[in-house]
Write a protein that binds this ligand. Structure first.
Ligand SMILES: [Zn+2]
Ligand SMILES: [Zn+2]
Length: 139
């Protein structure tokens, strides 16, 4: 029971918690409920996280044009947010990994800076593996 509860704490680290989530978390009744229903609490937290992440993602994608900046892919399920000037895989991991929410929040707070672009998964990982997306390599 307790181990599961702690897993839930680790899933959403404090630094990426939004104000709304903190408020929700302060509620004593909620905390009791979370302790007694770790599985449900876990599921609820990840639903909240995913919903929030998706809302921010939609906002960002909309702003940058709903299209892969390399190949023109329009299917939103294939699209990711990419940091244009950074070739380090570490930074890219931040964007598509566990720091996603934090990065999204930053982009929105900074009012959609130019250094980000939309890429599809193909072009994103193409850039990851070959530094330049194979679409852009002309022999
Ligand atoms: Zn693409
Ligand atoms: Zn490409």
């Amino acid at each position: 029971m307790h181990r599961l509860y702690f897993t839930y704490i680790v899933v959403i680290p404090h630094n990426i918690m939004s104000e709304e989530f903190k408020k929700y978390n302060k509620n004593q009744k909620t905390l009791e409920w979370q302790k007694n229903n770790p599985d449900k609490a876990n599921a609820k937290a990840s639903r909240w996280y995913n919903k929030h992440k998706k809302e921010m993602f939609d906002k960002i994608i909309n702003h940058y044009g709903n299209t892969c900046n390399c190949c023109g892919e329009k299917e939103i399920k294939f699209l990711t947010v990419d940091h244009i000037n950074n070739n380090g895989a570490a930074y890219r991991r931040n964007i598509i990994g566990h720091k996603t929410l934090k990065t999204y929040k930053e982009i929105i707070e900074k009012n959609f800076p130019d250094e980000y672009q939309i890429l599809c998964w193909n072009c994103n990982s193409g850039r990851n593996h070959y530094k330049i997306c194979p679409h852009k390599i002309t022999s």
